[in-house]
Design a binder for this molecule. Structure first.
Ligand code: NAD
Length: 289
């Protein structure tokens, strides 16, 4: 069994505890057992699980795994703490707020011989899987992905990083990308911000990624993908899968722990994650100019 600690009890942390307590039957997630949670607040037990200190979590031998579920800006430090203690880490995306830190964390995981896993539930949704099928085999001419949503809570970082799930979609759909320009419009008085990034595919086809947030904006993704043969303006609807997204991610992470994921797949994931973080880093720097 792999003893686990959940770090940060917000929405994601509570879901992690729920899923570890009731794992998908006959899946490697059954190999996880939750031994405690940590929080900066002093909390009562959560779903029957007790609060422990970070020091205890780090030094307890039968805690082998940490789930980092805090706000984005503190992911890097939390991951480092647990990797340094030789624990496997599952972190909610994004793992860090800059590319250099992410590379260092992967190197540290490798040095310690432990798994570092970044959750990407957006790649597990039925909508995404359907979209991926529709896009496959089509030649992109140009495209736009425009995300809208309400304002971000403090600590979730710049839009290029908090929105890494959308960037990850674009990379998974269209392959490696490059960034040529990025701008940010902001009005703190009305809590508005909008980032526009100009990207290119490996065959020089333009893609525009927009992240827009302001009070009252519905959380939605609008697409406009022009292909040689047709245009896609809507994400195809698909019924929800039987297994929740966080549970699917938990099964994937625990499959890595028990050695059921091939070295090639681990490498492919790492390359994709670092590529997306490198793009986000570049976009963020262009926005600051
Ligand atoms: P959240 O705001 O619910 O929690 C974030 C942090 O705030 C946690 O450390 C939590 O302990 C702390 N917190 C929550 N309520 C608090 C309170 N009342 N007082 C003091 N601290 C409090 O955010 P979240 O949705 O759990 O997101 C955490 C991470 O998970 C982020 O990295 C996010 O990108 C990622 N994530 C979340 C979802 C989701 O559906 N919620 C999906 C994918 C990824």
């Amino acid at each position: 069994m792999f003893g686990a600690v959940v770090v940060g009890i917000g929405t994601a942390g509570s879901v992690r505890i729920r899923d570890i307590l009731a794992p998908l039957p006959n899946s490697p997630a059954e190999k996880l057992t939750v031994r405690g949670f940590t929080s900066r607040r002093s909390l009562d037990s959560q779903q029957g699980v007790s609060q422990i200190s970070v020091e205890e979590a780090v030094s307890t031998e039968d805690i082998h795994v940490a789930f980092i579920c805090t706000e984005n800006v503190s992911h890097e430090d939390n991951i480092r703490t647990f990797l340094q203690a030789g624990k496997h880490v599952c972190v909610e995306y994004p793992m860090a707020m800059n590319y250099k830190a992410a590379v260092e964390l992967w190197d540290l995981a490798q040095e310690k011989g432990v798994i570092l896993h970044e959750e990407h539930i957006e790649l597990l949704s039925e909508d995404y899987k359907q979209l991926k099928k529709e896009v496959e085999g089509k030649m992109l001419e140009e495209g736009t992905l425009h995300f809208t949503g309400g304002p971000l809570k403090p600590g979730f970082g710049p839009l290029a990083f908090s929105g890494i799930a959308r960037l990850t979609w674009l990379v998974e759909l269209f392959g490696e990308l490059s960034v040529t320009a990025a701008t940010i419009e902001e009005d703190s008085g009305i809590n508005f911000c909008k980032m526009t990034a100009k990207l290119f595919t490996a065959d020089n086809k333009p893609l525009t990624w927009i992240e827009e947030r302001r009070p009252g904006l519905p959380r939605t993704k609008n697409i406009n993908f022009h292909f040689g043969s047709c245009t896609l303006t809507q994400i195809p609807g698909a019924p929800r899968g039987a297994v929740g997204l966080f549970m699917q991610d938990l099964v994937h992470f625990s499959a890595k722990l028990v050695g059921q994921v091939s070295a090639e797949e681990l490498k492919r994931e790492k390359i994709r994650i670092l590529h997306c973080l490198e793009l986000a880093d570049r976009i963020q720097k262009l926005c600051q100019r």
